[in-house]
Write a protein that binds this ligand. Sequence first.
Ligand code: BEZ
Length: 236
Amino acid sequence: MENTEQINTMPRIGDKAPAFKAVTTQGEINFPADYAGKWVILFSHPADFTPVCTSEFMTFAHMEPEFNALNCSLVGLSVDGLYSHIAWLRTIKEKIEYKGMKDIEVTFPLIEDITMDVAKKYGMIQPGESSTKAVRAVFFIDPAGTIRAMIYYPLSMGRNFDEIKRALIAMQAADKYAIATPADWKPGDDVIIPTAGSCGVAKERMENKDEMTCHDWFFCTKPLAKEKIDALGTTA
Ligand code: BEZ
């Protein structure tokens, strides 16, 4: 494949996650095969030893138990080398205190990608922004290895980790309960019942009339208890 074609590759929602083998701070990984049966958030950052990325890594590491509780593993990537990654993560642990977070140990894998092979496969090199650094990409990959959502941010903007967690939970809830989530949905809010295009949905509507609110025939919502959402990572 030509170099420009490689750079222009942009995986899409519904595609299988492009496969690769890579060296990481936690040893070699075979992606996404090593993560079969789990959700994965694969994310890139522009460069080690930079401030926005440092704030993001500390936040991701601080929240890692919350993602793991949702059956979700984290995998980071930048086009820096392994020794830079190791030195940066050690500096974060030993020296950086930020917003009440300190002594932060990053235990999820951080991929070294000096060849940019992985970054190019995932459309993380966006030359209009930078041809030498990955943008801030976030890929949500489901337990079957399918890309379910992606978010890209420019170099200057740190990510919103509450939104990343909310997006993961919303997709897991949609899968488990065959619902959709409205604007600004958060766990405990009412969810959307898909438009009645099938007998199953129509039957469910007849049976659950009492708990359903219909704003019109195409826009019906129902409660979905926060406890059910909170249990998502623990149930099949
Ligand atoms: C940062 O993480 O602070 C950063 C990295 C690359 C370009 C601009 C900012």
